[in-house]
Design a protein around this ligand. Sequence first.
Ligand code: PLP
Length: 336
Amino acid sequence: MIGHRGRGIQELLERLQDGLKRVFVTERPVVISTSSATGLMEAAVRNGVGSGKVLSLVNGAFSSRFGEIAMACGKETELWTVDWGRYHDPEQLDERLAKEDYDAVTLSHSETSTGVLQDLESIARVSARYPGVMLLVDSVTGVAGTEVRTDDWELDFVLTGSQKALALPPGLSFGVASEAMMDRSSVVTNKGYYFDLVPLMKALEASQTPSTPAVSLLYALEAQLERIRVEGIENRWSRHAAMQRATIDWVDEMQAEGVGVDVLAPPGYRSPTVTGLSLPDTISGPEVVAAMRDRGWVIGGGYARLKEKSVRIGHMGDHTVANLTELLEALGEVLR
Ligand SMILES: *Cc1c(COP(=O)(O)O)cnc(C)c1O
């Protein structure tokens, strides 16, 4: 360990910025929070929403959590819910934002509970037409696994966690706030203390943190950011896209054999980091997960209401097409 005040930690925090900026494709400082990603979802709401309303785009468990967080923070929250496994249409968002005033829109870029990828670039283009609306983006399974261009897309707050596509131990989360978001935060009251972005950003300017960071996790982050620099962020996105293609090709092959497996998310809206699969009637989600575990593989169960009928494969982080292909062979055996 090194002390959390002093040259050593300042130099470490300074070194981390370059790598983090590459991951978020931003010139803005990247806030490092000692919390899981849910903490920064709360920060998004507390700093980005004043006395106005929140429009919360809900299409699964995590986007639903974002809406719950807004409500738990005492914000007036309108849920725009579509079926789990579906996505939100940017044109309909435009209509909603034209009709009513909101302080912020929340969404999950890659909805990990289903494997749906929202069209974030188009959604951001719409939201940019409404300068008073902060676009608050949970990109926990987006950032570092699929294209996210924080500055180009004018995202007001985009966040991720350490343990998803960054493939780090849990315990840290990362977020970027636009200038507009910081302006909003500076006039919002009742932000609480720990997640107030104003002191977090102020400390960051001096390569410090307001409270003690998880120093050992920062060492891990430094090592991983170097690996990401060597791979290249766009190559990292491509590797994830290739893993997604391998999964979908495998589904096509299974179907050609008559096995009733399918991808939950519609074409064009499939996350490169996680695929939700609907299962044939002959086998349940928990049975598939258990059979895979017997073969030495860990896959995700279906989330909440999708538990019985689906499973999820997290093809993110440092995984490769080669080891994913082995996993899919095992899964094929189980389903056959
Ligand atoms: C995992 C996840 C979260 C929650 O992250 P924690 O680190 O558990 O707080 C939020 N949103 C999405 C899309 C996730 O995948």
